[in-house]
Design a protein around this ligand. Structure first.
Ligand SMILES: NC(=O)C[C@H](N)C(=O)O
Length: 339
């Protein structure tokens, strides 16, 4: 029986890091990392590409595009893809890949580790092994993070812990599967997103290349000077506003916010509360913003997914109506359909 073909896309992160006297930095290549986990080669025929070798702190939107392009250049040649990536910004890259390569019948898995591959108590080996296991399984599809025995949709991941092996959570959405040793326990048997599990692998994904990176996240505190909206005009096209609670915005910011929106720029409203999302209509301090056509509502999406989706949507169109359509269309489980 022929083994599934998996492409390992090595990009750096702690998994590839070693201490050189100045702190951990990525040093191991993808080949060296694969060499630490020979059991993975029993599951699949593995090839390796290395578009970069960086701490994910330095990962920028152009790098998301480079990773996406590395996958797309070889898309037809592999059954699945495993991106080895730093954990710190993995949730952003997973979201970005979810928008750049949509409805992918071939799974694109991101993983990494909290401890370097060479460390005696590392989580790197099992994460790499379980990622190959998941990517090689015919029922897998779309972009997901596999980490600490959990499979999280690429748009729902968040790094929740800086040290524990259980680093990622799935925000406002169930995990897609658990992995115990070498068993995948799917919690979504009927499939998620547009593709049912076991879908035909010959379907084409919807592919995009353009992003507009001029997106800024502004977190409210009890003292935000309205002048910040003026300052942001020079370099940014869109603000993702992390409001209080279910959607509270201080009265002092009212004019500055409508000035931003009425000048044709994009405002996305979300909440800084970690779970359960936004509903602007509940309180008077939010309702004024609820029905304005220029204000996009983040609902239950993660901030990471909002950043990536806004960059992607602005990269496709400047037409406000089309922008809204792109923004509100659920992609890879990123938001529940509008009620
Ligand atoms: N655990 C990690 O991978 C953290 C590292 N700083 C990175 O994101 O590249």
């Amino acid at each position: 029986m022929t083994k599934p073909r998996i492409l390992l896309v090595a990009t750096g992160g702690t998994i590839a890091s070693a201490e050189d006297g100045n702190g951990l930095t990525p040093q191991l290549t993808g080949e060296q990392l694969a060499g630490y986990v020979p059991q993975a080669a029993e599951l699949a025929d593995i090839d390796i590409v290395q578009p970069m070798n960086i701490d994910s702190t330095n990962m920028r939107p152009a790098d998301w595009q480079a990773i996406g392009d590395a996958i797309l250049a070889r898309y037809e040649d592999y059954d699945g893809f495993v991106v080895l990536h730093g954990t710190d910004t993995m949730a952003y890259t997973a979201a970005a890949l979810s928008y750049l390569i949509q409805d992918s019948p071939r799974p694109i898995v991101l993983t990494g580790s909290q401890q370097p591959m060479g460390s005696p108590f590392t989580d790197a080996r099992i994460n790499l092994y379980q990622s190959v296991l998941y990517a090689a399984d015919p029922a897998s599809h779309d972009v997901a993070v596999v980490f600490g025995g959990k499979v999280v949709a690429g748009t729902r991941a968040r790094k929740q812990r800086t040290m524990s092996f259980n680093a990622f959570t799935s925000v406002n959405y169930p995990e897609l599967a658990l992995i115990r040793n070498d068993r995948i326990i799917r919690t979504a048997p009927a499939g998620t997103g547009a593709i049912p599990n076991g879908a035909r692998k010959d379907l084409e994904p919807r592919v995009y290349h353009d992003l507009d990176e001029r997106v800024f996240v502004l977190k409210l505190t009890p003292e935000v000077n309205p002048s910040v909206f003026e300052l942001l005009r020079r370099d940014y096209e869109a603000i993702i506003l992390e409001t209080f609670g279910i959607g509270g915005i201080p009265d002092t910011l009212h004019d500055a916010i409508f000035g931003w929106v009425d000048s044709g720029r994009t405002l996305v409203v979300t909440t800084q509360v970690p779970e359960e999302g936004l509903d602007l209509g509940v309180y008077e301090v939010g309702r004024a913003y609820a029905e304005h056509p220029g204000i996009l509502k983040g609902a239950d999406m993660t901030c990471e997914a909002l950043v990536a989706k806004t960059m992607w949507a602005l990269g496709q169109t400047r037409d406000p109506k089309r922008l809204r359509e792109l923004f509100y269309e659920p992609i890879n489980c990123d938001r529940l359909p509008e009620a």
